[in-house]
Write a protein that binds this ligand. Structure first.
Ligand code: ADP
Ligand code: ASP
Ligand code: MG
Length: 402
């Protein structure tokens, strides 16, 4: 059996935890399994590296940032190999260049295109545990790329898909996927099984327990995922296509504070303007989320939309540069906003879900400034300072507590 086991930063934060992971993996290995380990950078290494970069140059190029950030994962994998060697288990660490994990060229937000499996297979055939750097790839210029924050999950799924692994386990610092972030909502409940679609919506809505691309890829290639704790042997959460019938109306609640609202005010109220605005953003790879357009008055209208905070500067620059062409009179923005989302296939067949959510927010005196929905998700935009309170209120409002 081939197993892929991914461990996040907290799970390899120090010597003791590195050995804890090593021992867990040896257990699998000694059962005769082929074992691939995917690791993130230790503890808050990635944040610390970003801080260092900012200190030297606040406008560092994305290529050089990736060159820097990829070192974090390289530290973890080499130390893990050394730990395994000290326990007399054959192991080898490989980075994305050595494996040849090809991605698109976009630094900071690359996507996997192709993974060569030859080197890994060769090492596995020699009965080595193979330890691979998460989060990184190489592009067509032979430069390092990274997959976006939290991207090591995606490395694990990509390897599981490429090598047709029998099991893909994501070990983290909580016992699985919960009905809300267990650090914020103390009575959140662990979910036994969740569908790819629901997990994808939750991950995209701010539940950072899984990188959203990892879920997208798991669905595409039918890789069943188990999310579980690296600190104990509890069962965890299974992410798959179809789950046993769930009685819950809503599967989970998520908050995303990494969001900003931009308003373009006084644009001409005629066909083509919205197209031009959003096309300008799309051409620059800026993902727009909730969109709200005011009713036209006196030949003009206002359009508000949300973007990731990481894209705010680029968005404002693009709107400013194209102010005339886009007929914008004024540009406003607000970073102190957050999105609260409820996710669940149950809402497909149950009216009144939105009302329950809004009632919970109203009872906590939280104002909603924008709303958007998908088939299985409802998202509202609120003040960032209310985010934690809103998460608890909505979670309780649907009776999701343990
Ligand atoms: P890792 O370093 O292992 O990848 P992350 O920090 O990326 O770990 O993800 C785990 C964290 O995700 C948890 O510590 C938890 O605070 C947070 N989280 C947010 N939403 C959820 C949720 N619905 N279920 C579980 N954890 C969640
Ligand atoms: N080390 C990277 C990050 O902090 C990737 C990951 O943890 O998955 O975002
Ligand atoms: Mg993560």
């Amino acid at each position: 059996m081939l197993v892929v086991k991914k461990f996040g930063g907290t799970s390899v934060a120090n010597k003791e935890r590195i050995f804890n992971v090593a021992r867990r993996c040896i257990e699998d290995y000694q059962k005769g399994n082929d074992v691939i380990i995917v690791l993130s950078a230790m503890g808050d290494t990635t944040d610390a590296l970003l801080e260092k970069a900012r200190d030297i140059n606040p406008n560092a190029s994305k290529r050089e940032l990736d060159m820097l950030l990829t070192t974090g994962e390289q530290v973890s994998v080499s130390l893990m190999a050394m730990a395994l060697h000290s326990l007399n288990v054959p192991a080898i660490s490989l980075n994305a260049f050595q494996v040849q994990m090809h991605t698109t060229s976009r630094n900071g937000n690359a996507r996997f295109k192709r993974i060569d499996s030859d080197r890994i297979r060769h090492e596995l055939e020699n009965r080595k545990i193979v330890i691979v750097t998460g989060f990184q790839g190489v592009n067509k210029y032979d430069d390092y790329t990274t997959l976006g924050r939290g991207g090591s999950d995606t490395t694990a799924v990509a390897l599981a898909a490429a090598l047709h692994a029998d099991r893909c386990e994501i070990f983290t610092d909580v016992e699985g996927v919960f009905t809300a972030d267990p650090r914020v909502v103390k009575n959140a409940r662990k979910i036994e099984e969740i569908t790819y679609d629901e997990m994808l919506e939750l991950a995209t809505s701010g539940a950072r327990v899984l990188h959203n691309r990892s879920v997208e890829m798991a669905k595409k290639y039918g890789v069943e995922l188990v999310v579980r704790s690296s600190m104990n042997t509890e069962e965890g959460t299974v992410v798959k296509e179809v789950v046993k019938v769930e009685k819950m109306l809503i599967t989970g609640v998520a908050a995303d504070k990494n969001t900003a609202r931009v308003s373009v005010i006084g644009v001409e109220d005629r066909p083509g303007i919205a197209f031009k605005i959003f096309n300008t953003l799309a051409k620059n790879n800026i993902n727009v989320d909730i969109i709200l357009q005011s009713v036209g008055r006196g030949g003009t209208k206002d359009i508000s939309f949300t973007v990731s905070e990481d894209d705010l500067d680029d968005t404002l620059r693009l709107m400013e540069e194209n102010k005339e062409a886009l007929t914008i009179k004024e540009i406003a923005h607000n970073e102190n906003v957050a999105k609260i989302s409820i996710v669940g296939a149950g809402m497909l067949s149950n009216p009144g879900v939105a009302a329950t959510m809004f009632e919970a927010l109203c009872n906590s005196n939280i104002n909603i400034s924008m709303i958007s929905t998908s088939e299985i998700r409802i998202t509202v935009l609120i003040d960032e300072k209310d985010a934690d309170k809103a998460l608890v209120a909505v979670h309780d409002g649907f009776g999701l507590e343990d």
